[in-house]
Design a protein around this ligand. Structure first.
Ligand SMILES: [Zn+2]
Length: 389
């Protein structure tokens, strides 16, 4: 049970910790400040706050407010060009997982070349060597989902090939991450649920993964405990500061877990879905798949004891069999109002399942290798079928 723990990000955690940004040394003089096209950070005032803090420290700021959900390759390449043309020497990501992931890709591409896809070493990506160090990244998270502030993965979609690939490079770890749960207070209930379940599933998948180890287990179980304790509260009352803080913690741990272990095929299956239907939120796709996915893993006895431990971690204290995990999970979904999400509402139909399965298994091959019991194409298709509503 060997492991290697490498999370070289300085993480400042806690309600109100954004104020700390002004007291810390920043990694450059000219920042590309990246945020979403929906400008939720602008509406909440966080954008002005960060802009003010950076300017107050004498940093010149170029803003790039174009990132959408499931960030795409063109936007990433445009951001990298913007950083290059303006000679930005670091990147500040202000937003949720999409913004942080796109910012990592921008930071990597800016000093290396025109096209980020040339460097992606998976699917149709070019796998070219990354000769220059990515620009340093400061990540300020405004949501509790993806754990992207504590890992080195960038998930970017290439619409031309319908691939949504999570690419990992150690140079994409943020040098500084600010996890201030007060920035998440305004996230609407449904989005809070989608993001919270994404964090929870990073922990559950990393716990059942064949890469799990003592260290990842510790982080994963704690992440699950916090998510199951606080998610429904954060969904039902967004202003519940304690619940928001608990979810920010669960989320940060779920990011760290991914650096030690690895997500399993459920993430690959979901990426194929949201690459096919970009309006589908990542967390929502995972929620749709989860019950059938875990029922399958339990039916092949992938790791019975681990399922019992996960059931206990998410609130079924007296759990005695693996299936108790799925029951506890369904209960949590109901409490959070997300138990009736339908693929058909996002234009996914059963005729797509074979294409989705092939896409998932090629573009996200990496996560399929983490399954304790390897999945066949037929297994993947039948999980899609059993999840279909
Ligand atoms: Zn995820």
């Amino acid at each position: 049970m060997q492991f290697e723990f490498y999370v070289p990000s300085r993480i400042i955690f806690g309600e109100g910790s954004l104020a700390e940004l002004g007291k810390r040394e920043l990694p450059g003089k000219k920042a590309l400040l990246v945020t979403s096209s929906g400008s939720s950070a602008k509406k909440s005032g966080a954008f002005d706050k960060v802009f003010g803090i950076l300017s107050g420290k004498g940093v010149e700021v170029v803003s790039f407010c174009k990132i959408g959900a499931n960030p795409d390759l063109d936007t990433v390449n445009e951001g990298a060009r913007c950083a290059r043309e303006n000679c930005c020497d670091f990147v500040v990501a202000l937003g949720g997982g999409s913004v942080m992931d796109a910012s990592k890709a921008i930071a990597l591409a800016a000093p290396n070349g025109e096209n980020y896809w040339d460097f992606v070493a998976a699917g149709t990506g070019g796998g070219k060597p990354i000769k220059s160090k990515p620009l340093p990244l400061v990540a300020i998270t405004t949501t509790a989902g993806t754990g992207s502030e504590a890992d080195a993965t960038a998930v970017v979609t290439n619409p031309a090939t319908n691939e949504k690939i999570g690419f990992v490079h150690p140079g994409m770890f943020p040098v500084l991450s600010v996890v201030d749960s007060s920035l998440t207070l305004g996230v609407p209930p449904q989005l809070t649920a989608f993001q919270g379940f994404d964090a929870l599933f990073h922990a559950t998948e990393c716990y059942v993964s064949n890469k799990a180890n003592k260290m990842s287990d510790m982080l994963a179980l704690t992440s699950m405990e916090y998510a199951s304790k606080y998610l429904a509260r954060a969904v039902s009352d967004g202003s519940d500061a304690e619940a928001r803080d608990g979810m920010s913690f669960a989320n940060m741990l779920s990011g760290m877990v991914m650096t030690l272990s690895g997500c399993t095929s459920k993430h690959g299956m979901e990426h194929a879905m949201s690459a096919h239907s970009p309006k589908l939120a990542h967390g929502a796709g995972l929620i749709m798949l989860a019950p059938a996915y875990y029922e399958h893993m339990i039916s092949v006895h992938a790791c019975d004891e681990r399922f019992i431990k996960m059931a206990r971690a998410i609130g079924a204290e007296n759990a005695g069999e693996p299936a108790d995990f799925v029951e506890a999970l369904k209960k949590l979904m109901q409490k959070c109002g997300v138990s009736n999400l339908k693929m058909s509402d996002y234009g996914i139909s059963p005729e797509d399942f074979s294409t989705l399965a092939k896409n998932a298994m090629s573009s996200m091959k990496r996560v399929f290798l983490n399954d304790r019991v390897p999945m066949s194409v037929d297994d993947v298709i039948s999980i899609y079928q059993n999840s279909y509503k």
